[in-house]
Write a protein that binds this ligand. Structure first.
Ligand code: URA
Length: 430
């Protein structure tokens, strides 16, 4: 087989076979095929696309480029979730204990945040003593004992994705739906779960900008997962504003605990109940999605999800003495409205970037983050504000530059007509 023939085949819009896709991924991972030929193929895929079958071949080849986690020692159905990345997205912190409290098993390998969206590991590690460095035995035992464990990725999962992603980043081929789908699904499938719920965000700061693209990506990921014998459900969710109110590591942990205590922001609770109900139902812990929805809602309000959170954090070595002084910063600066009206949009990207610039996120992998800092929204879409009302508060440990404060003010779009907040879940794709 010759790489140049495969490039020409895709350039001319013909389908690639499983053998050809395996040849490409194996050759590239072993360093036999050079970057320039893979770049040409990526660009051909960008323009010509791939069928669902080809994308499944690609996912399968990537999945087997490194370690595949074996969760067969965990009893019962294993559920997992993935978000394509959102600002203020603390759903894993809530969904994990929530579905575990209903009897589902969540064995989750998580990543760190880079750029404007925070990672679950950073949020967990912001809790004193909380460790995500579990050995494989500890990880499996914890899931069998208490239904939930979260660990950092130590195994070499999907090395082909690291290589391909780096190349896509510098060749203008990140935004290709089959390439995104195979990148996400290869990593999820390598993590070993039976049921995968995908939260596909659309809006400012998200990979997908339109409902049509989000739908195409979701359908493709569901199709790839199904072809590999997994149950996959995709939720297209709104990112026209950050999720919930808190953005920043400890601020988000605090909001997650409030949500697990039945006092969370409405959009966040709705999203967790909805995704959670599909995880609980598919883990065979309810007879229908409707019954699972009731269990999910009830467990957020009857103390069961909160008790599971406490058990989970304790098992991971963490300790929260009190929520009252859990977030301590030198200064809390209000950002005030300079016009009256109804809030129609809060651009998520500048809010995420503000938290990042305050020290709450990483610009390079080596950066050390400040767990305390971030932004708390005081007004959301649909709220009315007068001039001088506080739109959001900045939690800072160093001087918050004008650039940060102005960025937040500009993130808010205010109009004179009444605005009705939209739905958080726009579509569910099974
Ligand atoms: N997230 C991923 O993991 N891969 C992509 O290509 C895009 C988003």
């Amino acid at each position: 087989m010759r790489m140049v023939d495969i490039i020409e085949k895709k350039r001319d819009n013909h389908f690639l076979t499983k053998e050809e896709v395996d040849f490409v991924i194996q050759g590239y991972t072993k360093g036999i095929i050079p970057d320039y030929q893979i770049s040409a193929l990526l660009m051909a895929i960008y323009f010509q696309g791939m069928t669902d079958e080809e994308a499944a071949f690609l996912t399968n080849a990537m999945l087997h480029s490194g370690d595949v986690i074996d969760l067969s020692k965990v009893e019962g159905v294993k559920v997992d979730k993935h978000s394509t990345g959102g600002v203020g997205d603390k759903t894993t912190l809530i969904l994990g204990p929530l579905v575990a409290s209903a009897g589902a098993k969540l064995a989750k390998l998580s990543g760190r945040g880079l750029g404007h969206t925070g990672g679950t590991l950073d949020k967990l590690e912001s809790i004193e003593g909380c460790s995500i460095a579990l050995s494989e035995e500890q990880f499996i035992k914890q899931v069998n004992d208490i239904n939930i464990a979260v660990a950092g990725q130590t195994a070499e999962l999907v090395p082909a994705d690291k290589l391909l992603y780096a190349l896509r980043d510098v060749t203008g081929t990140v935004n290709s739906i089959p390439l995104i789908a195979s990148s996400i699904m290869s990593k999820k499938l390598a993590s070993g779960a039976d049921v995968i719920c995908l939260d596909v965000k659309i809006g400012d700061g998200a990979f997908m900008k339109t409902i049509e693209d989000a739908r195409t990506l979701s359908q493709l990921m569901v199709s790839i997962g199904n072809r590999m014998g997994k149950t996959v459900i995709a939720f297209i969710t709104d990112m026209d504003q950050p999720l919930g109110l808190a953005v920043g590591n400890r601020l988000e942990v605090k909001e997650a605990i409030e949500t697990l205590s039945g006092h969370g922001p409405k959009d966040l609770e709705t999203l967790c109940v909805e995704i959670g109900s599909h995880m609980i139902f598919n883990a065979k812990k309810a007879k229908s999605v409707e019954e699972a929805r009731i269990i999910a809602y009830d467990n957020l309000h009857n103390g069961k999800a909160l008790a599971k959170w406490n058990e989970f954090i304790h098992a991971q070595g963490g300790h929260i003495a009190s929520l009252d002084d859990f977030v301590k910063v030198k200064e809390i600066i209000p950002v005030k409205a300079n016009q009256a009206g109804y809030i129609s949009k809060i651009k998520a990207l500048p809010v995420g970037l503000a938290s990042c610039k305050l020290g709450g996120g990483r610009e390079t992998k080596e950066d050390i983050i400040d767990p305390m800092v971030g932004v708390v929204l005081k007004k959301k879409i649909g709220d009315y504000v007068n001039v001088g009302d506080t739109l959001c508060e900045v939690y800072a440990n160093k001087i918050a530059s004008n650039e940060i404060l102005e960025g937040l003010l500009e993130a808010y779009e205010i109009v004179t007509e009444v605005v009705k907040p939209g739905k958080i879940i726009l579509e569910t794709i099974l």
